[in-house]
Design a binder for this molecule. Sequence first.
Ligand code: ATP
Length: 362
Amino acid sequence: MYLSQINFNNFRCLKDDKLLFNRNFNLIYGKNGQGKTSLIEAVYFLATGKSFRTKKIKEMRKYNVHRTIVFGKFETNDGNKIIAIDVNEEKKDYYINKSKSKYIDYIGNLNVISFIPEDIELIVGNPNIRRGFFNYEISQARKDYLKSIVNFEKILKVRNKLIKENKTCCEIYEIYNKKFIEEGVNIIVHRREFIQKISVLLNFNYQKLFDKKAKLKLRYDCFLGDVEKKSKSELVEKFEEQCLKKMGRENFLGYSLLGPQKDDFVFELNGKNAKSYSSQGEKKSIIFSLKISEIDILMAEKNEYPIFIMDDISSYFDEIRKNSILDYFKNKKIQCFITSTQDLKIFGKKFIVDGGKTEVGE
Ligand SMILES: Nc1ncnc2c1ncn2[C@@H]1O[C@H](COP(=O)(O)OP(=O)(O)OP(=O)(O)O)[C@@H](O)[C@H]1O
């Protein structure tokens, strides 16, 4: 897919503008603090309804402004689409081809993969960060998964409330606990399948790009223990058993102690947990390989490349790695948005950002 145009209004420090993008490379170039990251953040926001650097909507709106609009046109194998997000105070309205849409239908239209310095948190940060990341990535490829996640969160809230109110002997609890287990197992099955697939690609891409001899694995650390070869009914059984075991303690504490909201994902380089043992350079390379693997997965599931966003390429990789990365995208003809404080010698279009204003460069 290819994002041909973006319009933004009151987005961070950016001067309101309409930009036309190149099909392959788009270099966003400028000094520090000029608005380069804000520009690719606007692209990411258009695609996902989220920012890659904040959870607070108000931070994306220009200071002291209540309303921000981002609008874009993109091409896919199925034809052209127009999408927009209208942010008014804390409320976001989504539009596809000028009709109002639900978030669940909006995401997955314009697929995007991003690579930003903060991504290192995917290895060193807490499990919550990894769960959020994989939830989003699996959802991009599979709508069913997103539905399960949304549904599960609602069920979990009710389950927690019933536990807190000492209602675990009531029939209503039985009903919700059954739903909790069913939807929980759906999530486990999706996660297991996705992680198995991406782990193979991850190892392949890491070896190809960074270290031929390394062995990289992504392990799904499910709260039910080893779930690799279990059937759906075996998972339900195991989940039910655990619910019974934990019931007393859940009643005592007043909330759910088990479920896929407790899962984690572990990167293992040469058999060792990357969080504790890998160097900074290895961690960056693992994350980059992960992002490339996501591109492969989206291509396999949707028969279309997502767009790719990369912030601050110069600070991430040395000259040789930078060139091999740029070659990778060039050969695959993936649309890229790359920010840099250095003028990279690449084909495509250059946007010079200065004080929030964007000019097309030579
Ligand atoms: N909501 C906002 N409204 C207006 N300005 C903002 C807002 N949020 C951040 N800024 C300002 O936007 C400026 C540009 O930030 P941005 O991170 O996009 O720059 P950058 O060119 O990517 O910088 P660097 O190369 O240092 O990463 C900063 O000076 C920041 O203070």
